[in-house]
Design a binder for this molecule. Structure first.
Ligand SMILES: [Zn+2]
Length: 339
């Protein structure tokens, strides 16, 4: 048996339409709080789109879980609308995507220096900034984009807006781990699939489209740095699944979409990972304490228990809109939440 606080996931894509229904209901089973991402097919770049998305989610039902919204930062946002929306508690954090860095990021930012006025609003109102930390220059190697982003873009933001609280999302490299450790006012999310997979499992043998995501899964030595950071309990590192469902026809075709849908077995995989490393005592830090601490949020401290099930029959996919959503799972062991 393992007793933990009900987890928080500080980076989730719920999507829209039929997928939203599935992904939201899946998240309701596992988490007490989620921070959801704004890269809809029509990204959240004004208060009207934001309100519309909030309403869609409320209609499905979300009252047992705290849902925090992000907005999609680009120059479509008028400064006034951004500031008013925040002051009216319509969103919690702003998300910055470099243009075309990942799924639905064509409205992202080409040159972050052009967003100075928006950064000033974040700094003035203490709005957290969530970063997809990859560069987008055409000759930057996809495996190096995160590392290049640190020195080229992140340093610039931190030098010019030192008081913005930053989350470097879904980190994948030792370089990012070191940067976050060494700098002030910055924390980082780590996904379950970046912790448990590496380039060998992703493309060392047969290519696995279900593990294709941005930033790309990196090699074993980067993976070990992420594992060390998560298992250390260091308050700067916490869970953000980047769970990102796509219909299987969009994953298994000649132009595979980036995203790993891990909501269903993510918590079970993390319990097994911490347990097999004899680090269950720091699991609450990674799943609850550090992320909520980073964002200065209180959370429900009632413990819930999980028990390990042998020979569990995993569900690999869920029917959705005449197609399927494929679930990520790493281990043979399953940790079941006691009802
Ligand atoms: Zn994401």
């Amino acid at each position: 048996m393992v007793s933990i606080f009900r987890p928080s996931d500080f980076h989730v894509h719920l999507r829209e339409g039929p997928i939203l229904n599935h992904s939201l209901n899946e998240n309701l089973k596992h988490f007490q709080r989620i921070l959801i991402m704004p890269n809809l097919s029509n990204p959240i770049t004004n208060s009207k789109i934001l309100l519309n998305y909030r309403n869609q989610i409320e209609e499905i039902g979300s009252n047992q879980m705290d849902i925090l919204f992000t907005v999609y930062l680009n120059d479509d946002w008028s400064i006034k609308d951004l500031e008013n929306s925040y002051q009216n508690n319509l969103f919690f954090a702003a998300k910055l995507y470099p243009k075309n860095a990942t799924t639905n990021s064509t409205s992202g930012v080409g040159d972050i220096r052009k967003l100075s006025k928006h950064f000033e609003i974040l700094e003035k109102n203490s709005i957290p900034l969530c970063l997809h930390g990859e560069t987008i220059a055409p000759f930057d190697d996809p495996f190096e984009r995160e590392k290049i982003f640190l020195n080229k873009e992140l340093v610039w933001i931190q030098n010019n807006f030192p008081n913005i609280k930053i989350t470097l999302e879904h980190i994948t490299t030792k370089d990012a781990v070191d940067y976050v450790k060494e700098n002030k006012n910055i924390g980082a999310t780590i996904t379950v699939h970046h912790l448990l997979e590496n380039t060998n499992s992703f493309l060392g043998d047969l290519l696995k489209p279900e593990l294709f995501c941005k930033p790309l899964i990196k090699n074993r030595s980067h993976q070990l740095s992420l594992q060390k950071a998560a298992l250390s309990g260091n308050k700067k590192f916490f869970f953000g699944s980047d769970s990102a469902p796509h219909l299987s026809k969009k994953k298994f075709n000649s132009q595979c979409c980036a995203g790993v849908y891990s909501s269903k077995y993510g918590v079970s995989n993390l319990i097994e990972f911490f347990s097999s490393n004899n680090k269950l005592k720091v699991l609450d830090k990674f799943l609850s304490i550090n992320g909520n601490g980073h964002y200065s949020l209180d959370f429900n401290k009632k413990k819930i228990t999980y028990k390990k099930i042998k020979n569990f029959k995993f569900v690999s996919k869920t029917r959705c809109n005449q197609d399927y959503l494929i679930h990520y799972n790493h281990y043979n062991a399953f940790w079941l939440l006691n009802k």
